[in-house]
Design a protein around this ligand. Structure first.
Ligand SMILES: NC(=O)c1ccc[n+]([C@@H]2O[C@H](COP(=O)([O-])OP(=O)(O)OC[C@H]3O[C@@H](n4cnc5c(N)ncnc54)[C@H](O)[C@@H]3O)[C@@H](O)[C@H]2O)c1
Length: 293
């Protein structure tokens, strides 16, 4: 029996890309799911579907009624999706509001959709590259946009919520998440311009795996507030990782060697804290890196 059997879970931002797959998975595991999103989605099937704003105290209070666990996905999910003020305030106010109310109610666990952008480089307009590989949670941060700042600060909010209310929080620093067919298309684009993927370490995750990571985080026994990277084990670029690092960032220290198309991100915390290993990999052949790329 899944440990989610009979539990009542609130999923915010459930009508987006990751939400419907997550809700379906949690319901299959026996949870009763309430959702709270800005907009409707005909593909979203839940036990209680609420349309509202995660920045509103009243909307979140109503959504949390009778809830045992929280999955907080709601966010404006890119630097350029809306004016800077809206992206920043929506994200940080929503995360504060959801975790503060959940904590005050005595809810014991929340999972928050963080982002690889929490370390600041992927959407950074400067010509910067990671200080070393594999990218890990100690990597120097360079925040130069409001979306990355919001995801970075959400992790502080999670730590505060745990310290103040004792709510355990797992923040999943998602890489690019999408369906296998979209990822395959993106892989083709990356084959032509692999330099574009350096700051995200060419990482990705399927929506199914993202939903599985959320379920594992809800049922994990970790206490405290944790934030860590997760990704598929291989990269979305068709070239060997060592070849790309040698060609594009030859001066950047490497803390270890990478095998074939191994993703140069430290996935140890995801394995150790929630037992996560990606199940889905985009099937692309490994090619030699062209000399003129
Ligand atoms: N998909 C990715 O590649 C990716 C990568 C890293 C992190 N993330 C994070 O994962 C989470 C989910 O991502 P997604 O791809 O499903 O995003 P999405 O843009 O597809 O969906 C966002 C959801 O949040 C809801 N939302 C936004 N503002 C809201 C508000 N004020 N009140 C209520 N609902 C609101 C929207 O209605 C929608 O349901 C986000 O926090 C995002 O930042 C996603």
């Amino acid at each position: 029996m899944s440990t989610l059997e009979g539990s009542r879970v609130l999923v915010t931002g459930a009508s987006g890309r990751i939400g419907p797959v997550t809700v379906e998975r949690l319901r299959k595991a026996g949870a009763s799911v309430t959702t709270l999103s800005h907009r409707e989605n005909p593909h979203l099937v839940a036990d209680r579907v609420l349309v509202g704003d995660t920045q509103s105290q009243a909307d979140v209070a109503a959504a949390l009624e009778g809830v045992d666990l929280v999955v907080h996905l709601a966010a404006l999910a890119h630097r350029d999706i809306a004016p800077a003020y809206d992206v920043y305030t929506t994200n940080v106010v929503s995360t504060f509001n959801v975790l503060a109310q959940a904590g005050a109610l005595g809810i014991t666990r929340a999972v928050v959709a963080g982002s690889i952008n929490a370390y600041g480089l992927p959407q950074n307009l400067h010509d910067v590259t990671p200080a070393y590989f594999p990218i890990d949670t100690n990597i120097p941060v360079d925040l130069a946009d409001w979306y990355s700042l919001s995801k970075h600060n959400d992790e502080n909010t999670s730590r505060m919520a745990w310290r103040h209310w004792g709510i355990n929080v797992v923040t999943l620093r998602f890489p690019h998440v999408n369906t296998p067919d979209v990822l395959l298309e993106q892989s083709r684009a990356l084959a032509g311009s692999p330099r574009d993927g350096i700051r995200e370490a060419w990482s990705y995750l399927t929506t199914e795996d993202a939903a599985r990571a959320i379920e594992l985080s809800l049922t994990a026994s970790t206490t405290g507030a944790h934030a860590f990277f997760l990704a598929a084990n291989n990269t979305l670029a068709p070239y060997r990782t060592e070849d790309m690092l040698r060609a594009f960032v030859p001066e950047t220290p490497r803390l270890r060697r990478f095998v074939e198309r191994e993703v140069p991100i430290d996935l140890t915390p995801a394995r150790e804290l929630i037992g996560f290993e990606a199940h889905h990999e985009v099937a692309i052949p490994t090619l030699d890196l062209p000399l003129d790329i």
